[in-house]
Structures are given as structure tokens and as C-alpha cells.
Write a protein that binds this ligand. Sequence first.
Ligand code: ATP
Ligand code: MG
Length: 422
Amino acid sequence: MTKTIQAIRGMNDCLPTQSPLWQKVENKIKNVLMAYGYGEVRMPVVEMTNLFSRAIGDVTDVVEKEMYSFDDRNGDNLSLRPEGTAGCVRAGIENGFLYNQEQRLWYIGPMFRHERPQKGRYRQFHQVGVEVFGLEGPDVDAELIMMTARFWRDLGVHSHVHLELNSIGSLEARADYRDALVSFLSQHIHVLDEDAQRRLHTNPLRILDSKDPKVQAILQDAPKLSAYLDADATEHFKGLCALLDAVGIQYQINEKLVRGLDYYNKTVFEWVTHSLGSQGTICGGGRYDGLVALLGGKNTPAVGFAMGLERLILLMETLGLNETPSAVDVYIVTSGNAALAAGMKLAESLRERCPALRIMTHFGGGPFKKQFKRADKLGAHVALVLGEDELANNQITYKDLRGGEQETLSHNDLFEKLANRI
Ligand code: ATP
Ligand code: MG
């Protein structure tokens, strides 16, 4: 027997039984994005590797350990995108749509990271990302947070997520803080685990969110990032908090929240749930005012976030919010070749007159009983029956599959009845 070929570990199929929930989630999110007037941008899933190493940072986990990089046939080193911001900025600079302009953009699609697959963590996963360019005030930071809060309300998960917020200041303030943190942690080097020791000289701020309780204990006495914030960042953060208070969005200030990618400054935030175990962050974002210039564009303020759709969908499943409507409303049942042809014709005129209805014609013949069973299994509400009598009288039998009501109608009466049902 031939050995079957399997999918790559950590890369999932979205099965026909799962896709209705995905579609529901994606549609609700897209409706919110439209309600705020944001525009969609679509980028390639592959970029030059140096785009990511420059944007995200050489010593971040993502670039150091998680990228799918390869040489293509020309010898260019390419990577599957691990996130969308770098590509979005690249596209903006290249196409000139960031230059002296305001842009409010979103994208959706697969991202790739070579991580250890587990619940809520995959090697191909999907994000919705939102990026705003050309606006420097805390108002837009607040709007993005309000938008995410609306996602959670519309999806019904709002009481199971909370917002964590921090300001990490300017790049200079962070550099000063970094020096202070490194000299503090160097005095406690024996307590640091291997991972933290390695990070001490590459990415020391990441030690702040170490899961090791011993490391967390010594961090109690570590210098605080908030003490290093410059006046501009402090003002910005105050402004953001005041706006969130004014619109009634609750948050927890988490001084240890620094986020994994290098490009952030000032505002950082995460939406976290306790319902998914350790993969509890469903959305993360922040300001990245330096990135456009870092990638060769003009100095442009920017802020954005990305949310992981798998985690969001897992959360909805965990909360029992995974009900989706059946795929079929009306099932057409026929007997004999002539009735089948008439049934297919009827389905077409119904699709024209009642575009909201989902209509399926039974194929493969068989007794009515078997056809009704099939209709039931598909979750159809109505069966339309075309037998010899109906065909001879140019009528259709309407059968309500829930209530059991049944009547034989002319085509026009049927159209009217279905139109009223919608
Ligand atoms: P984590 O700390 O969980 O590794 P992250 O900080 O690396 O997350 P971001 O780069 O901020 O994540 O990506 C934004 C969101 O994308 C995350 O909050 C999460 O919901 C989702 N995400 C990130 N990596 C994965 C993954 N490997 N599988 C599934 N979802 C992911
Ligand atoms: Mg990660």
C-alpha cells in the first residue's frame, strides 16, 4: 500500500465542519473594521528575510528561532512572514501610500512561526492585523483598543478577556532602562535560568516576563521602566488612560508588559484570557513610531495590533459560542428525470428571486423518505417536493421540516411564501 502523505506538524486544515465558525468570526470582524472606515491591504506571504530581521529585531525569539527561511532558486534569502506589520510597512513605503498621509489599514491571513506546536500555538496560524499610520496622538491608540473591545462584544467573549496596558517609552528611554536592568540583573546572575542568562545581553527586557518564579522574585526589586519614561511618553500614556476612562474601557497597567518584537515604543497592550491556559494572549499591539524610518521611509508615527484567530476561535469553542447556522435552508426533492430537471430549474429561479436563501437540489434519486432524511441532516428548514403529480399540475409541494406543515402551491404562491419566510 502507498504511504499517505501528512500535513506539516503545526499546520492545520480548516475542515468543512469548522469553516462556518471561522467565516462567522471573520465576517463579524470585517463588519467592525468597515464600521470604523478602515481599508484592507493584502501583502505577499513571503518577503526578503532581511525585512524581518531589520524590522522585528535580530535578537528577538521570532527572528532568532522561529522563522521559516530558505534560499530561493535565485539565491535570495526569503522567509514566510511571521507577522504582518513589517510587510505592511514595506508595502506602504514601496507604493508611496505612507508618505505624508494618514492610513488606517487592516489585513487578514496566515503567518508562520517554527514554534513547538501545542493548543493555541501552531506553525501556521492566522492573524487579523490593523495598522494606522500618520497619527501620533493617544486618540488613535484609544480607538484601536475600543475597536478590539467591540470585536469581543460582537463575538460574545467580552466577559472572558481583560486588557493589560503599559508604556515602554521612547527608544532612548528604553536603552537607558535596559542598561539599568542589565546591571541590576548581573548582580543576580546565579538566579537567572539559562534562557534569561542568554537574554541578559541580547534582549534583557524580555526577562521581565520570565515564567520562572525565582526570576520573578528578584524582579520585585529591579528598576522600574516607568521611572525612565520621558515627559512625552508620560503625557501620551496619561492621555490614553484618560480616553479609555472616558469611554468606559477597563484596563490593568502591567509594568512588565514589554512585548516580543523590537519595534514597539510608548503604548503596548495585550488582551488576555484565563480560559485557554498558557496561550492566553488573543491580541497584542502597540505603537511603533520608529519602524517606517527604520525600513527606509520618512519618519511616520504608527500604531497597530494583531490578533490570533485560532486562539479566538478556541476561546469561543471553550465558551460554547461555536453554534453556526446550517448551510442549507431549502432542499429540493424530486422523483424521476423530468422532475429533477424541473427541480434544478426551480432552484435557479429561486436563487434569482430570493438571493438570501441557500438552496440545494438532491442528486442521486432514491425514495422520498431517503431524500427527506438527507434534507434533515443538512439542517434544511424546508423541502420542496416535485413528484409526478406536481409536475403534471405545474405545482410544488412545500414541506416545513420543523413544523411538519405541508401544502401544494403554484410557483408564484411558493415564491411569495418563501419571500415572506426570509
Ligand atoms: P506569544 O507570547 O503567545 O508567543 P507573541 O507575543 O509571539 O505571542 P504576537 O507576535 O504579538 O504574539 O502576535 C499576535 C497574536 O498572534 C498573539 O497574541 C496570538 O494570539 C497570535 N499568535 C502568535 N503566535 C502564534 C502561534 N504560534 N500560534 C497561534 N497564534 C499565535
Ligand atoms: Mg511568540
